[in-house]
Structure formats: C-alpha cells, structure tokens
Design a protein around this ligand. Sequence first.
Ligand SMILES: [Zn+2]
Length: 232
Amino acid sequence: MNKYQYIRQSAYEANMRLPGLGLVLFTFGNVSAADHNLGVFAIKPSGVPYEELSPRKMVVVDFDGKVVEGSLRPSSDTQTHAVLYRHWEKVGGIAHTHSTYATAWAQSLRDIPLFGTTHADHNTVDIPCAAPMSDEMIRGDYEYQTGFQIMNCLKEKKLDYTEVEMILVGSHAPFTWGKDAAKAVYNSAVLEEIAHTAMLTEQIRFDAPRLKDALIKKHFERKHGPDAYYGQ
Ligand SMILES: [Zn+2]
C-alpha cells in the first residue's frame, strides 16, 4: 500500500464533506491531512470540482509546499497549510472555506463575540479575527504570509493553537484546524454556526450582552477541568 494512502483518503473524505455542509461553492475551499512522521500532507488539487475528486487526485506536498507525489497542481492555498504544519506539530488537519457568515465577520474585521454557550462549548474566547495583511506581506509571497498572519494574531492575543482551533483572516475568510482533517472540517461547520447565530443575536439586539463570566468558567471547566465531562 502506498505510504501516503491514509492521508490521501482522509483529505479526500474531509474535502467531500464541505459541499454537503453548505460550506463551499464551486471549487472554493480546501482541506488537507498531514503525516508529521513523513513530513508531508495531502491537499485538494486546484480547480477540480468536488464531484470529480478522488483519493488519487489529492496532491502530496512537503512542509515547504513542494509536490512530493501527484500529477495535479495543489490548491493555491497550499503554502498557508505548509507554514502552519511546519510550526504546529500537533495539528493533523487544516480546512479553509469562504463560508458565508464566517466570511462576513472576516470582511467586517471583527472578532466574533462570545455571546452564548454554543460558542463556549468550543471556545471560551471570542473567535479571533487577524488584521488584514500589510501591503508588504501582500506583495510578497501572499499565501505563505497568510500562515504567518494567522500565527502572529494568535501570539498577539496570547492564544494557543491547541486551544483555539479557528480564526478569521481579516478581509478574507476563515481557517480552522484540528488533530485530523475530519476535526478541521467539523470546526469549519461549528464556526459557521457560531458566526451565523452571533450575527442574528446582534440583529435582534445590537447591544446583546456577552456570556456571563460564571458561564464561561463553567464551560471551560467542563471541557478542561479535572472533572471534565463535556462530550454531548
Ligand atoms: Zn481563501
């Protein structure tokens, strides 16, 4: 069996979930699955419609973004994935979509406020929105710099990538990640739901209150405390 079969298969399955979850249009979006022991990841090829994808069409690239195996061109966002895998050894999957509500928040350059317990079950902080990139970063290696924009934002906000598995890139769209590609896609769907309900919350009440500290603490502890029991 090809040593990349496992990541090809998981990248394929994760990508194929995006249209069904309503997170992508046409060929938008991409998911990758990494194998840190082999120092490679499998990612969706560029410009191929979802219905034409197969595990064999996934492109295997190294953490410098160079193609290791595959005849198609890897996703145009490959360098962003590569930079993140190179720095984040505990991440096994990354997803990028332009899902409607998360993208609307990214275009508004706003963090998504922590309004309720659905949000708190996944993150006990606001969903961070990285500032749009500087002109210098944009003119340079744009996709490569997007990876640094994501890492710099987490660093500035003192957030750990193992705790917060989703971010908005200002003026662009969301990126999510997780222990594997399936978890990265799950996080994309969760983020879209959080973004949607937060927008509706502000429409219903423009000065809606943030979640009470006691509830934030409760949700953090039920996920991370010594007596963690969250699992739904
Ligand atoms: Zn994009």
